[in-house]
Ligand binder design. Structure first.
Ligand SMILES: Cc1ncc(COP(=O)(O)O)c(C=O)c1O
Length: 349
């Protein structure tokens, strides 16, 4: 894992949701991907098979459409055969925001139990569910109960169960001993291999997004600190969910104070919206309460916003991409990657 030296210490593989991710895993991590796609594109499928050890299908119909291609691939390959699974929807999730809830009514992600009225299609070796998001082991426990209730009759027929991502096992206070007990009990009960796909847990608290205040705008009593980043361009979750990252205000004398979401407390500095630099009207986060007045040149630090920011950015409006940097323990800031005009231009036709 030349490009993933830290991940290599802890992970035995990786999961992909697209051809590009599967290829990245194959080429940069040196292993085959455990691939799940909402829908496989026919013109990509051969290549995806080359990079994958497991393929999870989102529906029985898709599996039926591609199963002969997998059989032909397996018959002609000297490698371990690709193992196929189907994603299930246990129709239970602790996630309240519909945008992030794969078990919401009518969800397009995975099959509900009714889809297996005739049992599992021939050749299926695994079941997959993914309904957690920044969740605890106790959330998993309740999810497993729902999974067993809906799909328990199918588990003895498969070799593996993939319990998806959303297990925030690196967060302070996460009960890892409880997780281990749960998984051991499940394995003992059902005799299957268990696969987990922690995503954000791998990159939890690994980095911040730092912005600079460019202007303080005021309109009929509403103050907005306009920064040099964009919520729509760099942190779409903050508008979509809306996710409220922890933020820290760093004044130019270096004093750092956390800002909070009202009504937890109205700080002495008052309330400010945090504005993005794109021209989208809604490119701002609702008010945070600050201990000190914000001034042009101050920094606003969005805590723990490196992971999804690195993959969800766009170049909408040509907004500048944040640099990717490493702040070394000795205080030295190493710029690993800068994005410029060419990156923006080359995404256009
Ligand atoms: C199928 C699947 N597995 C794993 C993950 C990673 O989830 P997380 O980053 O919440 O751990 C995702 C993220 O959406 C996913 O869709």
């Amino acid at each position: 894992m030349e490009r993933f030296p830290v991940g290599e210490k802890y992970l035995s593989g990786a999961t992909a949701s697209s051809l590009n991710e599967a290829r990245l895993i194959f080429e940069e991590m040196g292993c085959k991907a455990h691939t799940y796609c909402v829908a496989y594109l026919p013109d990509e499928f051969s290549e995806i098979m080359r990079y994958s050890s497991h393929l999870v299908f989102n529906s029985v119909a898709q599996y039926e459409r591609f199963r002969s291609a997998v059989s032909v691939h397996n018959a002609n390959s000297a490698d371990t055969p690709i193992s196929c699974g189907i994603r299930c929807n246990p129709e239970y999730s602790e996630v309240e925001t519909e945008l992030y809830n794969p078990a919401a009514p009518g969800s397009r992600l995975g099959e509900v139990d009714a889809a297996f009225a005739n049992g599992l299609p021939e050749g299926i070796e695994g079941l997959h569910f993914h309904t957690l998001c920044e969740s605890t082991s106790y959330d998993l426990e309740k999810t497993l109960a729902a999974f067993e209730q809906h799909f328990g009759h199918l588990i003895p027929k498969v070799k593996w169960v993939n319990m998806g991502g959303g297990h925030l096992m690196t967060k302070k206070g996460y009960d890892t001993a409880h997780l281990v007990r749960l998984l051991q009990n499940f394995k003992e009960k059902w005799g299957v291999d268990i696969i987990l796909e922690p995503g954000s847990a791998i990159a939890w608290e690994t980095g911040v997004l730092i912005s600079t205040v460019l202007d303080i705008h005021e309109s009929r009593g509403i103050k907005t600190a306009i920064t040099d980043i964009s919520f729509t361009g760099h942190m779409p979750d903050t508008l979509e969910m809306p996710y409220r990252p922890r933020i820290t205000h760093v004044a130019q004398n270096g004093e750092a104070t956390p800002a909070v979401t009202p009504p937890i407390g109205a700080g002495r500095g008052g309330l400010y919206r945090i504005g993005g630099v794109s021209c989208l009207s809604g490119d701002y986060m609702k008010e945070y309460s600050f201990e000190q007045d914000l001034k042009v040149g101050d920094r606003i630090i969005f805590e723990d916003m490196i992971h999804y920011t690195m993959v969800k950015t766009t170049t909408f409006n040509g907004v500048r991409h944040p640099d990717i940097c490493i702040l070394h323990e000795n205080g030295e800031l190493e710029v690993v990657k800068k994005f410029g005009y060419e990156d923006y231009r080359n995404r256009l036709s």
